[in-house]
Design a protein around this ligand. Structure first.
Ligand code: SF4
Length: 364
């Protein structure tokens, strides 16, 4: 089905007043199902069918009576995105999906088969408004926020795929680092985090989740109070106010010093180590001066730095430093007592950099 007919189908369902139940919490589901005399334990079974057992419609829910399944199917819908594109890397460790929701909006989701388990990277907005210079997701701006159900659908889609294709394997860990600034879609993202933690969905432990932000300071403080011990990752990319503003426009609104203070507060409150992501860009932020400033900035913090050699974005003409330069930068930080790692490259042959597949889809 093409985007247009899917969008028409969605409009027709809306007109018939068909309610989409995918993404509902158990309590929401129980409320919606109450008029159909569905008992609470049955509502939980329906949740498990949707979120754990790959059911895409009521017909698949064989432990419900046929008449109930038919009645529910007339009034309710399980709105899952369709897989519009799928790319597997040559080394088979990375799989990237382009998922399309009922209104034709498409987002990217990535599965990375790591030595410690299956990790996924989810998107929280379709596109992004933040304007980071190195990022392909922001080239077309932001189309819209995703709902908690739409974000959950990314994880469920991959979980189902693993279950079917890889002997019952499942999603183990998650990074919220796909397109979008998660803290600009705060309510939906928090609701999604609570939902994916539930035992009737993926039951994911908060400690297996990392949220990455470009530094939305007020919401970083708010997140520290949510009682969810997820890991926080801050996109730093430059060690001083001037250079960071050049690379990340949001830094003019929330200055570097305030972002560092908010991250420190998060680490102190949650006792979770904060990771600073630092994309290494040739001749821009990979010099001795930046290495010196960066180690001074993070001195004495419960923090580590993840160096990410840039995945060149053709449209922006930003280049990757040489291997020797990357090694030198890493060694400088380590020698100055900063916990530092260099991100392993995964999926460069399938355009794993955030936003590139979606942009191709928009251009097509
Ligand atoms: S890096 Fe993240 S915050 Fe910055 S433009 Fe890309 S998606 Fe948005």
């Amino acid at each position: 089905m093409g985007s247009l007919s899917r969008a028409c189908g969605a409009a027709a369902r809306k007109e018939r007043n068909v309610k989409d139940i995918f993404g509902m919490t158990l309590a929401e589901l129980q409320e919606v199902l109450a008029p159909y005399r569905v008992q609470k334990f049955r509502a939980k079974q329906i949740a498990e069918w949707m979120y754990q057992r790959g059911a895409k419609d009521f017909a698949a829910m064989t432990n419900l009576s046929k008449s109930l399944r038919e009645e529910l199917a007339k009034q309710l819908n399980i709105g899952r995105p369709r897989i519009k594109d799928r790319l597997d890397s040559k080394d088979e460790r990375t799989t990237k999906f382009l998922l399309e929701y009922a209104d034709g909006t498409a987002v990217e989701t990535v599965l990375m088969r790591q030595p410690y388990g299956n990790s996924i990277c989810v998107s929280t907005q379709a596109g992004c408004n933040m304007g980071c210079a190195f990022c392909a997701s922001t080239l077309h701006g932001m189309a819209r926020d995703l709902t908690k159900g739409e974000i959950l659908a990314q994880a469920v889609t991959i979980n189902d795929m693993l279950h079917e294709e890889e002997n019952g394997a499942k999603v183990d860990t998650m990074v919220i680092m796909g397109s979008g600034e998660p803290l600009m879609n705060y309510e939906n993202v928090i609701a999604f985090l609570r939902l994916i933690h539930e035992d009737y969905t993926l039951g994911m432990g908060y400690r297996n989740i990392t949220l990455s932000t470009s530094g939305i300071v007020p919401h970083m403080y708010k997140l520290a109070e949510e009682g969810m011990p997820i890991s926080l990752s801050v996109s730093l990319h430059a060690p001083n106010q001037e250079l960071r503003s050049q690379i990340m426009p949001i830094n003019r609104k929330y200055p570097l010093a305030d972002v560092i203070a908010a991250a420190k507060h998060y680490a102190d409150t949650t006792k979770r180590r904060v990771t600073y992501e630092y994309i290494l860009i040739d001749q821009l932020n990979d010099g001795e001066q930046q290495a010196r400033e960066l180690s001074a900035l993070l001195k004495g913090q419960l923090a580590s730095v993840n160096l990410i050699p840039i995945n060149p974005v053709v449209e922006r003409n930003l280049l990757r430093p040489s291997k020797a330069r990357i090694d030198w930068f890493e060694k400088y930080l380590a020698d100055h007592h900063v916990n530092v790692t260099v991100r392993r490259e995964m999926g460069t042959d399938i355009q794993a950099a955030c936003g590139q597949l979606r942009n191709k889809h928009l251009q097509d």
